[in-house]
Design a protein. Structure first.
Length: 337
């Protein structure tokens, strides 16, 4: 079976890329201030503790991440104006600064490995812009429900997303990680925006799901994923699509979710899949903390690869050592005859 885009090798021989883990989870280990529960989450620290942001990126790169995401998940002009007292222009500059910090970490890492590791790909590691959902900036937990889909329009979502996407692309990223989207409305709106307005940007679209078949807002995951895929195909933009998938979901939900998409996709489609789960704990937004027992994300990696995942990593509460375990698992599978 052939894959579109950058993976033209047969499915079992293509390289699986490793995404970093949960940025804000690791950032909390590099600062003394509370991160979870902050209305700006990790994004505040681009302003107040830039060296800790660079350190956090390096923590993941040194454990084998091929892809790091800018610390922009919860970044917005409105949020920075409201919670940091920034002007509109200063807010845009802070979003660009976040990309600069990730690029700085990449440069430092490449200097570290230049002498010892000659086989890293020429463009690797990638720095992708984290493009979190509209609900994240509301700071009401609605990225885990998608409730705002009932009161905003596609046009409003596109207008809101444009500033951050434009700023990150101008600041110099390798692509866009459109992530934790809880509703089909937002996924379609942002995909249409990227295809129309940013004609060279590479991107992935990753959904927030509440169970083994449905988005947080309730639509079937397979339906929403296919809606994105059909937009990409209609624009003949498969080479720009890095993947469609799920993130910050319970790892035990991933396989049924991916299987639901594979069962629904057209026979001639080979949708590249991206997966970065959390540990299976539940975030209690009232208490501002994670509850429940965590799972070993790396133990799920072989089944995700079997299903065709070409980018695998972690989300909340997945730390650098977990990324190393994912890296070792992927490398071990790649070395099998």
């Amino acid at each position: 079976k052939m894959l579109n885009g950058n993976w033209n090798q047969p499915r079992e021989r293509r390289r699986v890329l490793v995404k970093c883990g949960g940025f804000s989870s690791q950032l909390a280990r590099n600062v003394t201030e509370q991160v979870d529960g902050d209305p700006l989450w990790g994004s505040r620290f681009d302003d107040s503790h830039p060296s800790a942001v660079v350190q956090t990126h390096l923590d993941f790169l040194r454990k084998g991440a091929d892809i790091i995401l800018s610390n922009t998940y919860q970044s917005s002009v409105e949020g920075f104006m409201r919670h940091l007292g920034k002007t509109r222009q200063e807010s845009v500059e802070l979003i660009a600064k976040s990309v600069g910090l990730a690029r700085q970490a990449k440069s430092m890492y490449l200097e570290e490995v230049a002498s010892s590791n000659g086989n890293i790909g020429p463009s690797m590691p990638w720095v992708l812009a984290s493009i979190g959902p509209y609900g994240a900036h509301l700071h009401d937990g609605s990225e885990y429900t998608g409730s705002y889909a009932n009161r905003v329009t596609a046009q409003q979502l596109q207008d809101w997303h444009t500033t951050r996407i434009e700023t990150c692309l101008q600041a110099g990223v390798d692509g866009l990680a459109v992530e934790t989207l809880p509703c089909q409305l937002e996924a379609v709106a942002v995909t249409e925006l990227i295809l129309a307005k940013f004609p060279t940007a590479r991107f992935w679209v990753s959904f927030q799901c509440k169970d083994e078949s449905s988005l947080a807002h309730g639509e079937p995951f397979a339906q929403a994923a296919l809606a994105v895929w059909q937009l990409v195909v209609a624009q003949n933009a498969q080479s720009r699509l890095l993947g469609i998938g799920v993130n910050c979901v319970n790892p035990s939900h991933v396989t049924p979710l991916l299987k639901s998409l594979l069962a629904a996709q057209p026979t001639d489609a080979a949708i590249p899949l991206v997966v970065y789960s959390n540990r299976g704990e539940v975030y209690d937004s009232d208490r501002g903390e994670w509850t429940g027992n965590g799972l070993d994300v790396a133990s799920f990696v072989p089944e995700w690869i079997d299903l065709g995942a070409c980018i695998i990593g972690g989300c909340c509460r997945v730390y650098p050592n977990d990324v190393l375990a994912i890296r070792k698992c992927i490398d071990g599978i790649a070395q099998q005859p």
